[in-house]
Each structure stands twice: as structure tokens, then as C-alpha cells.
Design a binder for this molecule. Structure first.
Ligand SMILES: Cc1cc2nc3c(=O)[nH]c(=O)nc-3n(C[C@H](O)[C@H](O)[C@H](O)COP(=O)(O)O)c2cc1C
Length: 254
């Protein structure tokens, strides 16, 4: 197997150095820098080139405060030099269809999925572009705790759905010292020709690696390894309102 060190790729180096950054210096991100990063992120591939995403920069402190509260009290939403809400956006596509006399969108799940995937690819491209110049950031799925608060605060119309937030800023000293979180071994992720169930020994070995990571990071008892942390995290993330919320916005209706 090739090693990343066999190639001189600043992109791969940057990907492998990723960690979510939640603490920033006071240095602002200029408008022109943000615009350049957004434009770079737009280079992401897009399903049928529909470009089904929009991003709302949230500047108003009172809006940031409300969103931080809705997201479970995540202070970095208020503190980050830039806070963005990335949205799946079928509105422009609906407009194009109507202008072309091709009817209107009808809430098909496939269109909805394409928009959410487009939004995620854009978001990851944006964070990677930011990290490549020394910025740091963290995605905020917590905005889906109370998505209607976000929709109201940002005046999101039908066919536009908030998917995740993104805090961006220059990492402070504390953030720079944070270790990279070990990922699962490739063998658990990459399947050859046919899906095979996860090897429990491999999961056990990864749990042992993560136990060391959590212990060194000083995480609480519930975070004793990856399996325990994941089983715990997933319970709190059911967000039972999501199906109704998405349908109400015109997504996943059929
Ligand atoms: C879609 C998405 C939503 C996330 N939501 C939050 C969030 O609401 N708050 C937070 O602090 N981190 C959030 N994260 C960051 C993850 O917790 C983090 O990526 C994961 O623990 C791996 O750590 P790392 O990014 O430092 O490698 C989110 C990540 C993703 C991809």
C-alpha cells in the first residue's frame, strides 16, 4: 500500500491534519477572503450541475445568540469570526423549471438527496479550502435541534433547508494544540467487490486506540471508546421533528 509520504501533496497533508476548531483569535476574516473561499468551495462537483445549495453568513449578534442557544448552547457560534449556515436549496431549480415551462418541483426524495449531497460536498470543500490557508472551523449539526428557529431567523423560504452551520476563524493557541482524532483503519471502510460485515476484532482494536485518545484528552466516562461514544451520541440525535420539518419546506415529500 502506498503511504501519503510517497507523494508530495499539500492537499493530502492538509486533509490529514484536520481537526475541528472551536476556539479562535480575534483576527477577522475579510470579506474578500471569505468570498474567495466560497468561490473555491463552489468548484465541488454537483449532481447534474444543479448547484443546489446556498450559504447564509450570520452577522447579527442577536441572531448568533439565538442560533447558539437553539444548537444547545454552543458558544463558538457566537464567538467565531464567521458563522455560516449551509442550506440545501432547490428554489433556483424550481424557478428554472417553471421558467422553462417544465412544471414545478414536487418534493421528490431523489431531488432532496441530491441537494443535501451537493450542500455537503460544498461544505467540506469550503472547510478544506479554509484549512489550507491556516484557518480552522467546525460544522454545526446542532442547528437541526430547532431548525424552525434557524429558518425564521434567516428568513429561509420554501425549498431552502438549513443542513449544517460552519464556524470559521483563525485557531487560537489552545486549538492549535489539539491532537488529530484517529480515524478507523482503511480495512473497515474499504470493501472489495462485496460488502462484508465489520470485523469485530478490528473494531475492538480501533476502540482501544480511541480509548487512549479520549483518556489523553481527558474526556468523560461515557467517551471510553469509539463504540461507547457513538452509541451514546446517536441516542441524542434522533431529532424526531426533522421529517415533518423537511416535508414542510418541500423536501422528501414523496
Ligand atoms: C455534519 C456535521 C455536524 C457536526 N455538528 C457539530 C456540532 O453541532 N457541534 C460540534 O462541536 N461539532 C460538530 N461536528 C464536528 C464533529 O464532532 C467532528 O467532526 C468529529 O468529532 C471528528 O472530530 P474532528 O473533526 O476534530 O476530526 C459536526 C461534524 C459534522 C460533519
Amino acid at each position: 500500500m502506498s503511504n501519503s509520504t510517497d507523494f508530495n501533496s499539500p492537499v493530502i497533508d492538509c486533509q490529514r491534519a484536520h481537526r475541528s476548531v472551536r476556539h479562535y483569535t480575534d483576527e477577522p476574516i475579510t470579506d474578500s477572503l471569505l468570498a474567495m473561499l466560497i468561490e473555491s468551495a463552489q468548484s465541488a462537483a454537483s449532481s447534474s450541475f444543479i448547484q443546489a445549495y446556498s450559504v447564509v453568513r450570520v452577522n447579527r449578534p442577536v441572531a448568533r445568540e439565538r442560533i447558539a442557544k437553539a444548537a444547545g448552547g454552543q458558544r463558538w457560534i457566537e464567538q467565531a469570526p464567521v458563522f455560516l449556515v449551509c442550506c440545501a436549496d432547490l428554489r433556483r431549480i424550481d424557478l428554472a423549471c417553471r421558467e422553462q415551462d417544465r412544471g414545478e418541483l414536487e418534493g421528490w426524495s431523489e431531488h432532496s438527496l441530491a441537494a443535501v449531497v451537493d450542500c455537503a460536498l460544498f461544505g467540506q470543500n469550503l472547510l478544506l479550502a479554509a484549512e489550507s490557508i491556516g484557518l480552522g472551523g467546525v460544522f454545526i449539526g446542532g442547528i437541526r435541534n430547532e431548525p424552525q428557529v434557524i429558518a425564521d431567523e434567516l428568513a429561509l423560504p420554501d425549498l431552502v433547508m438549513p443542513v449544517f452551520g460552519l464556524c470559521l476563524g483563525w485557531p487560537n493557541e489552545r486549538a492549535l494544540q489539539q491532537p488529530v482524532k484517529p480515524r478507523m483503519p482503511v480495512e473497515l471502510i474499504l470493501h472489495q467487490d462485496r460488502y462484508r460485515e465489520a470485523d469485530t476484532d478490528a473494531i475492538g482494536a480501533y476502540d482501544a486506540t480511541m480509548a487512549i485518545y479520549y483518556r489523553e484528552r481527558g474526556a468523560g466516562a461515557r467517551m471510553d471508546d469509539w463504540s461507547a461514544a457513538t452509541a451514546n451520541a446517536i441516542q441524542g440525535k434522533k431529532r424526531k421533528h426533522m421529517l415533518d420539518f423537511m416535508r414542510d419546506r418541500g423536501f422528501f415529500k414523496r
